[in-house]
Structure formats: C-alpha cells, structure tokens
Design a protein around this ligand. Structure first.
Ligand code: PA5
Length: 423
C-alpha cells in the first residue's frame, strides 16, 4: 500500500509555524470528510467508477488479440488528457513496449516538424492510428487525423484497418465519423473528463496492446478509493489539506519529484491535472490555483535543488520514493581513494542516499516537503498513484470552492485560434 508521510512538515512547523502545517490545522479539515464526500458524490464523477466498471475491457482485449500482430507502428493522436495518460503508461512500461515488438509514436503536438518526423519513421501499410479525443472535436487531434486519413486514402489503404477511435459514446465529430465509416471505436464514458481519463479506454487500449496487467492497475486504483474515500481514512484528504493550507501560507508551488526515471512523465500528467483543475477564476472574480512544477530525482538536484534549498520558501516538495527498482545495478570496485564511498555500492543505494540526503537538506532549511512511498513501480502502484492524485483534486476543489472538473480558461484561445485562421 502506498505510504504517505508528512512528518517533516510537522517537524518544520515546530520551528517555523508560518511556513508549514500542524496536525491541528489538518484536523480542522479532516472533520469535514463526510461533507466533502457527499458533495463529490453528488457530482456524478465517472473517474470514481472506472476501476470497478470497465465495460469496454473485453472488447479491447479481443481487439488487441486479433489485431496486434498486424501492425509494426502505432501512432497515437491526441492532446491533453487524451495523450498524457497513455504517455505515462508508455514511459513507465517501456520494457513492455520492447517486448511487444511494436514501435509507438505519440503525436502530442501539431508541430509540422514532429508530424513530418513521425511520418518518415512509420511503415504506413503496417500502422495503426489510435485517435483519442473525448470531445471528438479537438482541432489539434482532428487536424492530425485528417492528415493521416488523407495519406492512407492516397495509398488506397482501407481506413477501417488503420484507424481506431477512443471518444465520447454519443457526441462529437469523431463518433459521427466512426458510425458512418464503420471504424472500430471505444467509448470514454460521458462523465469522465480528459484529465481523469487514464483508467478509461484512453489508457487501456494502448495499455492492452503492450500487455499491461490492467487488472492490477485497476486494483491499485480501487484500493485507494476503498480506503481513502469509501472507508473515510483521511490520508488523501490530508494531502489535499496540506496543499490547501500551504497555498494559504504563500506556498503556491507544488513540486512533484519522483526518484525514478520511469515516473518522469507522471509529473507531466500531474501538471495538467493540478493546473487545469484548480487554476480557476471564482464567481467574485478572485483567482485561485496551485502551480505544479515537474522535477526528477536525482537529475534535477543539479538543476532545481539550489532554488528549492536557498530560494524563496514558496513551494511544497512532493517526493515520490520507490523502495525497490526492478533491477539491481552494482557499481564496481573503484580503486581510487577519492571514490571510496561509491566503490562496490549499487546505483540503487546511490539513488536512495541522494533522495534521503536531499530530503533532509530541505527539511533542515525548513522547506516544506512530504513523501509518497511505493514499494516498486508496477501496474498496481501506478494505479494507486493515479487515483491518489485524482481523488486529491476532488477534495481540493471542495476546499477552494471551485469546479475542478471544467476548464473554461482554455476556450478563449480556441476562439481566437479560429479567428486567426480565418484572416
Ligand atoms: O482535461 C481536459 O478535459 C482537457 O485537457 C482535454 O484532455 C484536452 O483538451 C483534450 O480534449 P479532447 O480529449 O476532447 O480532445
């Protein structure tokens, strides 16, 4: 089970209350658990049902079994939540991609250089385009879709064999196109928003194509829901409370710093989740938000740590500690006395020591930090992390009294984009 440890915050509070939180402050919010829960449940949030209710799962498994061997390349077209979830899965389980023999390309942008580059790399006749968009209307994704549709048509390829859609069950252009052209498509439940969709077919189609253990992923997510939502253990709520209280104390930046390269993209996923959900203008025109900052241990010790340690005390550092890497990699005997401390240790021990050293150093400087610990990086633990963060957003939305599930601030730029194109 994922472990959540905020003892360093209490330690810092005892020396410097204005820069940290104490148990009594946290308790003020945990008393509201039932009220928050009731409000969250009244919102009909589909992501809470996904771990238990995978009505598309068998259909996806059958599709993968029947079709996997037909393809060399899979190109995922999508943006935002329709791409970030799959990207996390692909980065965490890159060994499974290798084992599957597939080459997977994520087109998460409309940069012509990127599109050209991917087009150059694929064997079109053996490519599956996985077009993922909840709304079915996102211009970036549809522009990519029309581009590759045109390429396939020009080569007289049967489009039904080269396109699969993941989209809303009813609305949107892509759904209409799927029906009219008999394209295989999987449904994102109507009440599951983009950044909460990783455990829907958005993550599952590619996950199953590379042979992830989906049951374990779902079990991990359900495990968090069961304990920290249905059984009302307050750990996730406490995490949100800490984020909220620290934001009130001018610590408006949340750094997510996993000590695992495999979890690097999880930080990008977290960035979208926190930014789009909590960055909001309220009815009285006041603004709220927490700025997420992605970081990677140990890499960013040589990039950001100087700022974290000696710069303004405006951040909460959220460490993710992985107790056991998949591989143990020894450092050989080093005969240089200068490097005695490294000799015959392992990279695993070095990474762990760097994590402990960094955490202690920040605590000594009274810089708020907490740690989420998982025993290893696997489907179960990733499912836990996904749900831990998604659930924390729901609680944060309650505290900030905002709708964490819309993104009206993105609309204006879409309108202006169309205006610029029309000029
Ligand atoms: O969280 C969200 O809803 C958004 O960020 C979407 O994921 C993003 O805009 C892409 O939307 P769609 O999946 O409709 O193409």
């Amino acid at each position: 089970m994922l472990n959540f440890d905020y003892t360093n915050l209490i330690q810092i509070y005892n020396k410097d209350p204005k820069n940290s939180v104490c148990q009594a402050e946290i308790h003020l919010f945990s008393k509201n658990f039932k009220t928050y829960k009731k409000s969250i449940q009244s919102k009909n949030l589909g992501f809470l049902d996904l771990p238990k209710n995978q009505f598309e799962l068998q259909k996806i498994v059958d599709f993968a079994k029947e079709n996997r061997s037909k393809y060399e390349d899979i190109v995922i077209l999508g943006i935002g939540g329709s791409m970030l979830g799959p990207q996390v899965l692909l980065d965490v389980f890159d060994q499974k991609i290798l084992d599957s023999g597939l080459k997977i390309h994520c087109l998460d942008n409309i940069d012509p250089d990127l599109i050209f580059h991917v087009t150059q790399k694929i064997n079109l006749t053996k490519t599956l385009f996985l077009v993922q968009t909840k709304s079915g209307t996102t211009p970036e994704t549809l522009a990519q879709f029309f581009y590759f549709l045109d390429l396939c048509k020009k080569q007289n390829l049967e489009i039904q064999s080269h396109f699969v859609f993941v989209t809303d069950p009813v609305v949107g252009y892509l759904r209409k196109f799927a029906i009219e052209n008999k394209i295989i498509s999987f449904e994102i439940p109507a009440n599951v928003g983009g950044r909460f969709s990783v455990l829907s077919p958005v993550g599952l189609v590619i996950g199953i194509l590379i042979n992830l253990d989906i049951n374990n992923l779902m079990d991990g997510a359900q495990n968090i829901l069961q304990s920290y939502f249905y059984e009302e253990n307050p750990e996730v709520l406490n995490f949100s409370t800490i984020q909220y209280i620290l934001a009130q104390k001018n610590k408006n930046i949340n750094v997510l710093m996993p000590y695992s390269s495999r979890l690097k993209t999880l930080s990008s996923w977290f960035v979208q989740l926190l930014s789009e959900s909590i960055g909001k203008q309220k009815k009285d025109q006041s603004s709220v938000g927490i700025t997420p900052l992605p970081s990677l241990g140990a890499t960013d010790q040589h990039s950001q740590l100087q700022l974290f340690k000696e710069g303004p005390n405006d951040k909460l550092i959220i460490f993710i500690e992985v107790q056991k890497q998949e591989r143990k990699l020894p450092i050989p005997e080093i005969l240089e006395p200068e490097f005695d401390y490294l000799s015959q240790k392992s990279f695993n021990e070095l990474l762990k020591a760097e994590f402990l050293g960094t955490r202690q150093s920040l605590t000594e400087s009274l810089k708020p930090n907490l740690t989420l610990t998982i025993d290893k990086v696997d489907e179960f633990n990733l499912g836990q992390l996904f749900m831990f963060f998604q659930l924390s957003i729901a609680f944060l939305g309650e505290m900030f009294e905002i709708n964490a599930f819309d993104q009206p601030g993105v609309e204006r730029s879409k309108v202006l984009t169309k205006e610029f194109l029309a000029r």
